[in-house]
Design a protein around this ligand. Structure first.
Ligand code: PMP
Length: 419
């Protein structure tokens, strides 16, 4: 499959080789690299993508959840044009940022006050900073398999380049070992930072009981609970917290909320966020040239209008239905394959065991996953090399059908190596 891929993508190979002259590995986003070389995408429209060799794909990746609105959403394009018309890099506050902040606070119940960043990575680092400053403690409990950005990654893979915080790394969804860590470190933990579903780490949802334990125990020990909702905020109009009924002290956001432009935000209780109020003595500085850039502010406002409560629910239902059908297909075919996730987010794992934590994800068969990836591309299905799918609002039932048929054909064709 890998050879057929290389054969069919000669232009992409040429682009990759020339890119290597000026970028290590021809790349500036490690997640996009895969062997033998990644595709060069030249154009997108709605749910479609075209590569340098002229192949057309249905985009089931949606830029790792940032591309929720498809590639050519007219409202977002208009918003960007209207911001451009009034000038960029204005060296001051602009007319959009406070409106955008108000909209985010309205939408996410536990966020009373918010600040913008340029990425989800920065949002998490600043939420951690807030927790350390307000508690006077240094340790941060995170979980194996989690991804909180390129400087706070616990998902395995390449050597991490994490900021040197005093990390304590627990096992996701493991109540006993997590309780023991909270007993041991509770009073010295500034924060517990957790994704309500391991996203990049394999779309592994948290058990409610696990999250409830974290909420209860952090309250008892004066530790802040930070929900990284960079991915999960799309699961409902008010984010994951609005469906789980659990409220975090601080929440981080990113991805689609900027309408597809660079975006991140962290926010939460006003008494915590006020450490950034420059009118307060001893306040923390949080600068960032592009934090309030007009293109993101404008695109983000339009994006929040697009993802209405109804649109969020419909997308979630479509994803749930697709995942259920795919899992039924795998089960009936008797192959060791499962799609985990929530709503519009899912990842395939080649295993016949339950997937609850980072080790379960790493323990699944990785070679079959590569084969799956190349077979999907050959069938016109664009998804992440790691087997992740993130539906955009432009994916309809015809597109879901295409994915389903492609997976059915994969199972049929690859049965000898699957069983
Ligand atoms: N947190 C989570 C849960 C993420 O999925 C990601 C990105 N995959 C990040 C943080 C980092 O966001 P960014 O890539 O914008 O830095």
């Amino acid at each position: 499959a890998r050879e057929a891929y290389a054969e069919a993508n000669q232009e992409s190979r040429r682009h990759f080789e020339s890119a290597c002259a000026h970028m290590p590995g021809g790349n500036t986003r490690t997640v996009l690299f895969h062997s033998p070389f990644p595709l060069r995408i030249v154009r997108g429209q709605d749910a479609r993508l075209w590569d340098a060799d002229g192949h057309e794909y249905v985009d089931f990746l949606g830029d790792f959840t940032a591309g929720l609105f498809g590639h050519t959403n007219p409202a977002i394009a208009d918003a960007v044009r209207s911001a451009l018309a009034d000038g960029i890099s204005l060296s001051g506050h602009n007319r959009l940022e406070a409106r955008f902040a108000a909209r985010i606070c309205e939408r996410f119940p536990s966020v009373d006050s918010v600040r913008f960043t340029n990425s989800g990575t920065e949002a998490n680092l600043l939420a951690i900073t807030t927790a350390m400053a307000t508690t006077g403690r240094r340790k941060i409990l995170v979980f194996d398999g989690a991804y909180h950005g390129s400087l706070a990654s616990f998902a395995g893979g390449s050597a991490p380049t994490n900021v040197p915080h005093e990390w304590v790394v627990g096992t996701y969804n493991d109540i006993d070992s997590t309780s023991a860590l909270l007993d041991e470190y509770g009073s010295s933990l500034a924060a517990v930072l957790v994704e309500p579903m391991l996203g990049s780490g394999g779309c592994v949802p948290a058990d409610q009981e696990f999250l409830r334990l974290l909420r209860r125990r952090t309250r008892e020990s004066g530790t802040l609970l930070i929900f990284d909702e960079v991915m999960t905020s799309r699961l409902a109009h008010g984010g994951y917290q609005s469906i789980s009924g659990l409220e975090a002290d601080l929440t981080t956001l990113g991805k689609y909320i900027g309408g597809g432009l660079s975006f991140g935000a962290f926010g939460g209780r006003s008494d915590l966020m006020s450490v950034f109020d420059p009118r307060q003595p001893g306040s923390l500085a949080h600068a960032g040239t592009f934090n309030n850039n007009v293109l993101t502010m404008s695109a983000g406002l339009a994006a929040l209008d697009e993802l209405t409560p109804e649109a969020a629910d419909e997308l979630g239902t479509r994803g749930d239905r697709l995942r259920t059908e795919l899992n039924l297909l795998c089960e009936e075919s008797g192959v060791p394959m499962v799609f985990t996730g929530l709503g519009s987010l899912m990842t395939v794992h080649f295993t016949d065991r339950a997937v609850h934590c980072g080790a379960d994800v790493r323990g699944a068969d990785q070679e079959l996953k590569e084969l799956f990836f190349f077979d999907m591309l050959a069938a016109g299905v664009y998804l992440a090399r790691r087997g992740m799918v993130a539906l955009s609002l432009t994916i309809g039932s015809a597109e879901c059908r295409l994915l389903f048929e492609a997976v059915a054909a994969f199972i049929e064709r690859r049965r000898p190596v699957l069983s």
